[in-house]
Design a protein around this ligand. Structure first.
Ligand code: HEC
Ligand code: HEC
Length: 239
């Protein structure tokens, strides 16, 4: 009951959000290839129908929509996301490895209440939903996506995230239909070193040489043309 009351307070935006800079960073442990492999091997088998119940009872739905669809342009889409990615993000929020700003801090607080089985069940539920823009991406792929930029050591995004943004192996995120403002925000956070939960630090390395205009162009490419229309649940945080 305590958990539920707490989540409701959060969903209503009724608590003040501590500044992410207040986090003590010294005890936060970065993944190594070995520890991340081990975490994947010991990931519990997720049950999507249990996940759906948790999505409602833990009030994820109040911020992430009935099926994990993005409710604002500045929050991520969870629907159709790779289960390993969702599972890893929940672990990373829980350990404070992912603590880049006040929005990540909300998730950090929520993840404190969860165990690994719940994380895997929720991940299975989102993975069972269709990805946004089922018709595929409308715009032609920019050069950075198709060929990268060898001069700046940028590997093509499509080599990892899939030719149509559908995601790659393990935790390699599906990007198709990722809301534009969230995409820009998280890429800038990778670029500027504030988001550093990526296992091999690959994303930070690829984001680092990108200009603002390039990040915006990539965000446009991966976004669905249709804008989210649902009401914004907590207006102050969704800006
Ligand atoms: C009060 C609103 C709120 C609630 C409730 C909430 N979330 Fe979130 N969630 C967010 C915001 C905001 C972000 C973006 C955080 C960031 O930028 O790091 C987010 C990010 C995430 C991400 C990362 C997605 C990505 O693409 O990296 C996952 C996974 C997630 N939430 C799962 C959940 C689950 C599961 C629950 C329920 C247990 C939940 N959230 C409850 C607001 C919420
Ligand atoms: C070598 C493989 C690789 C390449 C190349 C790559 N990425 Fe990624 N990307 C990843 C992985 C793995 C993650 C998940 C990081 C984590 O653990 O949080 C990720 C995460 C992301 C995220 C965060 C998604 C979310 O929901 O928060 C974005 C946005 C992204 N990549 C965009 C890009 C773009 C744009 C390019 C091309 C310029 C690119 N990536 C190139 C592997 C790659």
């Amino acid at each position: 009951m305590k958990k539920i009351t707490f989540a409701v307070c959060l969903a209503l935006g009724g608590i003040s959000i501590a500044n992410a800079a207040d986090h003590a960073t010294k005890d936060i442990v970065q993944w190594t290839p070995n520890t991340w492999n081990e975490a994947q091997q010991t990931m519990p088998k997720g049950d999507a129908s249990v996940g759906e119940k948790l999505h409602n009872s833990l009030f994820c739905a109040s911020c992430h929509g009935a099926k994990g669809e993005a409710m604002t342009n500045n929050w991520p889409s969870l629907a159709g996301q790779r289960a390993t990615y969702t599972y890893k993000q929940l672990l990373d929020y829980q350990s404070n490895l992912r603590h880049e700003d006040e929005r990540a801090h909300i998730m950090g607080v929520i993840a404190q209440t969860m165990d690994k089985q719940q994380m895997a069940d929720l991940a299975a539920f989102y993975a069972a939903q269709p990805l946004p823009c089922p018709q595929g991406l409308a715009k032609p792929a920019p050069a950075l996506v198709r060929v990268g930029d060898p001069k700046r050591l940028i590997t093509p995004c499509a080599a990892c995230h899939g030719a149509n943004g559908q995601g790659g192996i393990n935790e390699t995120t599906s990007l198709r239909g990722m809301p534009k403002e969230y995409f820009i925000r998280t890429m800038e956070l990778f670029r500027d070193g504030h988001r550093h939960n990526d296992t091999a630090r690959g994303m930070s390395q690829f984001a680092q040489p990108l200009t603002d205009a390039e990040i915006e162009m990539l965000a446009d490419y991966y976004a669905c043309d249709a804008k989210p229309t649902a009401a914004q649940p907590t207006a102050a945080l969704s800006k």
